[in-house]
Design a protein around this ligand. Structure first.
Ligand code: BGP
Length: 477
């Protein structure tokens, strides 16, 4: 048993981390455009307005906006079957609440999608990848206000209609479970981080956050329903940052805590989008915290009829959970945890765990029994360019080989896995830190942390390796 014949091999990028041209072609500002560079492993800083002399990594990114033809040609050379990218909402609706879309923004995505199709690459489009128009944040406090649902659905419907003959695979929100955490408020929910919202004086607290998250659930469900009406062949997925976790010790208290965190951080959002209902245990959790989700009549039915067709997730690392004080800490994607003594970590402190991917695939398939797709996975590393221009990223090849083997093992055990889009096939801006030197790509981009560099693209050793993996459908590793 191995990967399916039509297994979707490819890579994933996101508009704000790749495109640049943040104010070109009628584009409005998105929340990502107000974020500056952070430090190693530290969160990126948000400034409410653009200040002269401050460096905002998304403003130029790696100029995919101008280079998309060259970049797509390189993806095609590796044999990509699929490219996951996002549409930047604020290119289409610059303020977020306009009735009619910005034609110039759509034109750019017409070109990108046509270019992909011309190379036989299937587009997989994320509607919101950490990109909510700043206008919606300022006027409505993002998804804290129910009206934002309609703006999102109008945007989704606009692009579904436009690309109904060209795009089959969609994701409604990137890493929506990030919305369960306080630092996801701005990024996925569009809630103003400094508590300044002229129209709605809602506090930035857990109640607001979970209310806003409920609104994204409704927005996602309405988009799924609308999408299936526009084209019943659409395959629309959720996207969860699966933060797989283990109890640090077999102490029952650690095991119990781990189970509870897994529900709150991973399974809650997955259940709502895949099963169409709030899991019963999360309702109790909310009650215990005095959180009451305001629902309108019909919300529960909407969640049920707007379930996604497949479960898509990102997987980079695992973390450990413990009730004990003083355990050594580790960094991670979106959240850290206790350090696992059995695992090595990346340069950015993320614990590398291929077996954890097999475990996660089994866990998810057992729970949901819908097709799964790994839509992000990879190793962020500070690559060195040799004098002759070569980049020997054998550590990346090693990381990916082990993760592909881990997927294969899950497939052998019966998991329905339909594809793999590794993260950042071309170096791009880090979402977590805004750095450029945290590189994931098979393609090197000559650009530095401060935005200087020629932007020239060159192949790393991993480029040919991945080409071979795709050509052999995951057999030659
Ligand atoms: C995910 C995001 C991506 C991506 C990736 C790697 O959480 O969906 O946008 O950037 O993580 O994270 P980082 O860029 O912080 O290394």
């Amino acid at each position: 048993m191995s990967f399916k014949e039509n297994f979707l091999w490819g890579g994933a990028i996101a508009a704000n981390q790749a495109e640049g041209a943040y104010n070109v072609g009628g584009k409005g500002l998105s929340v990502a455009d107000l974020k500056t560079v952070g430090g190693n492993g530290k969160e990126r800083m948000f400034t409410p307005t653009i200040e002269e002399g401050v460096y905002y990594p998304s403003h130029n990114a790696i100029r995919f906006y101008d280079n998309y033809k060259e970049d797509i040609a390189l993806f095609a050379e590796m044999g990509f079957k699929v490219l996951r990218t996002s549409i930047n909402w604020s290119r289409i609706f610059p303020q977020g609440d306009e009735e009619l879309p910005n034609e110039e923004g759509l034109k750019f995505y017409d070109n990108v999608i046509d270019e992909l199709l011309a190379h036989g690459i299937e587009p997989l489009i994320t509607l919101s990848h950490f990109e909510i128009p700043v206008g919606l944040m300022e006027k409505y406090n993002g998804f804290a206000d129910r009206r934002t649902i309609d703006f999102y659905v109008n945007y989704a419907t606009t692009v579904f209609e436009r690309y109904k003959e060209k795009v089959k695979y969609w994701i409604t929100f990137n890493e929506l479970n990030f919305g369960t955490m306080s630092h996801g408020e701005l990024t996925v929910l569009g809630i103003h981080p400094h508590g300044k919202y002229p129209l709605h004086k809602m506090p930035n607290d857990e109640k607001t956050r979970f209310q806003a998250l409920h609104h994204t659930f409704i927005a996602s469900a309405k988009a799924v329903i609308a999408g299936h009406k526009i084209n019943p062949e659409f395959k629309i997925g959720c996207m969860i940052a699966h933060l797989s976790m283990y109890p640090l010790t077999p102490a029952p208290a650690d095991v119990l805590q781990c189970k509870e965190y897994d529900l709150l951080v991973n399974k809650f959002v997955g259940d709502v989008q895949v099963k169409g209902e709030y899991p019963p245990l999360i309702k109790r959790y909310f009650e215990s915290k005095g959180i009451e989700i305001q629902m309108e009549a019909g919300d529960l039915e909407l969640l049920k009829s707007g379930v996604v067709d497949m479960y898509k997730f990102s997987y980079y690392m695992t973390l450990c959970v413990t009730t004990q004080n003083g355990a050594e800490a580790s960094m991670g994607n979106l959240m850290g945890g206790a350090k696992n003594p059995y695992l090595e970590s990346s340069e950015w402190g993320w614990q590398v765990d291929p077996t954890g991917l097999t475990f996660t695939l089994l866990d998810l398939y057992d729970r949901y029994q819908v097709p799964l797709m790994v839509v992000e996975n990879g190793l962020g590393a500070d690559d060195k360019v040799e004098e002759n221009g070569a980049i020997h990223d054998d550590y990346r090849i090693e990381y990916m080989r082990k993760h592909v083997l881990a997927m294969k093992e899950a497939v052998e055990k019966g998991v329905d896995l339909i594809g793999y889009t590794m993260w950042g096939p071309i170096d791009l801006i880090s979402a977590g830190t805004g750095e450029m030197k945290k590189r994931y790509g098979f393609i090197y981009v000559d650009m530095n942390n401060d935005g200087t560099g020629s932007l020239k693209r060159s192949k790393k050793d991993s480029f040919d390796w991945y080409k071979k993996v795709i050509a052999s459908n995951g057999e030659e590793l």
